[in-house]
Design a protein around this ligand. Structure first.
Ligand SMILES: Cc1ncc(COP(=O)(O)O)c(C=O)c1O
Length: 311
């Protein structure tokens, strides 16, 4: 059979799905184009920490390379990392796990946890509520999975309170996504506000998902009993999503985790195991399990550096 010449070929753009077309990257592109013509622009486009990855973690990654740890990683994460996460969660929010009811999963960055959790809960046409202003990914995930992201107007104080969320709940709402400390606002919800959200979600049978990627950068005046307020301190029926990229300056290593109700975590593991990611992240990152949260890691000084120089 003869091949059609270039002019006769069907344009491949015709094959792009409406799902993919619905993802709007044009705003970001416009900003990059504008910035390209500026002299010394300050790049606020992407949250890249300005401190180096702690030495012990770099050493561990280098050792993993030397040991040729270049194969598929374990879908749910390695035991050392799980153990370190549970130890940290017990200290931070009082969760003891794993149990029959409470599980965790290592994810491909915080984004991986967000995508898996929303995929695990929402069918096409279902809704979740997210704050406005919001981290750019939230409505995009909704488009990707055919769900609807209902934005909760938090102006002018940027607090996603239960009073603001409740009127937005419909029979199709399955999740409320809270982000504290917030990107882009920097707002930190109080413990009382978190408890009200927990009560609301439990009363209305909706899952509360808490994106806590910036938990370690909570300034002292917003902390309560030394901790960044989290709904997890009031219930173990919410889903916590956290990451290591911002905390340790290793955003490119794609390492995060989610913890919460076991049936949900199990579902996320199924999705991560096959259709979504196949395996969580590279085997080198995942080997850092022994080191994250390690007392020798200087998170305090990184936080102080942010507090004093960048605030
Ligand atoms: C609020 C929020 N959630 C999630 C993410 C994604 O983080 P990760 O790089 O761990 O996927 C970001 C990144 O900037 C963020 O600001």
């Amino acid at each position: 059979m003869s091949r059609p010449d270039a002019a006769q070929r069907v344009p491949l753009e015709r094959l792009i799905s409406s799902r993919s077309r619905s993802i709007d990257a044009s705003g970001i592109r416009k900003v990059f184009d504008l910035a390209a013509n500026l002299k010394d622009p300050i790049n606020l486009s992407i949250g890249q920490p300005d401190f180096p990855v702690p030495e012990v973690m770099r050493e561990a990654a280098a050792n993993a390379v030397r040991e040729n740890r270049s194969g598929y990683s374990v879908t749910q994460g390695i035991p050392e990392l799980h153990a370190a996460i549970w130890k940290h969660l017990e200290k931070d929010v009082g969760w003891k796990g794993p149990t029959q009811d409470l599980g965790n999963i290592v994810t491909s960055g915080t984004s991986g946890g967000l995508l898996l959790s929303l995929m695990a809960v929402l069918d096409a046409g279902d809704e979740f509520i997210a704050p406005d202003p919001y981290f750019v990914m939230y409505p995009q995930i909704a488009k990707m999975i055919g769900a609807q992201c209902t934005l909760c107007d938090t102006y002018p104080d940027f607090r996603m309170t239960a009073e603001r969320v409740e009127p937005l709940i419909t029979p199709r709402t399955k999740a409320v996504l809270v982000n504290s400390p917030s990107n882009p606002c920097g707002t930190v919800m109080s413990g009382a506000e978190m408890r009200d959200l927990v009560d609301l979600c439990e009363r209305r049978g909706v899952l509360l998902i808490s994106d806590e990627i910036y938990d370690e950068f909570c300034f002292p005046d917003a902390r309560e009993d030394g901790h960044c307020p989290s709904p997890a301190r009031y219930t173990d029926q919410c889903l916590l999503i956290r990451g290591f990229g911002k905390t340790y300056g290793c955003t490119g290593w794609r390492l995060g985790y989610a913890a919460g109700p076991m049936p949900l975590v199990q579902e996320m593991a199924v999705l991560q195991g096959k259709p979504v990611d196949y395996y969580v992240c590279n085997d080198i990152s995942i080997r850092l399990g022994k080191y994250v949260f390690h007392p020798s890691l200087d998170v305090m000084s990184m936080r102080t550096c942010l507090t004093t120089s960048n605030r």
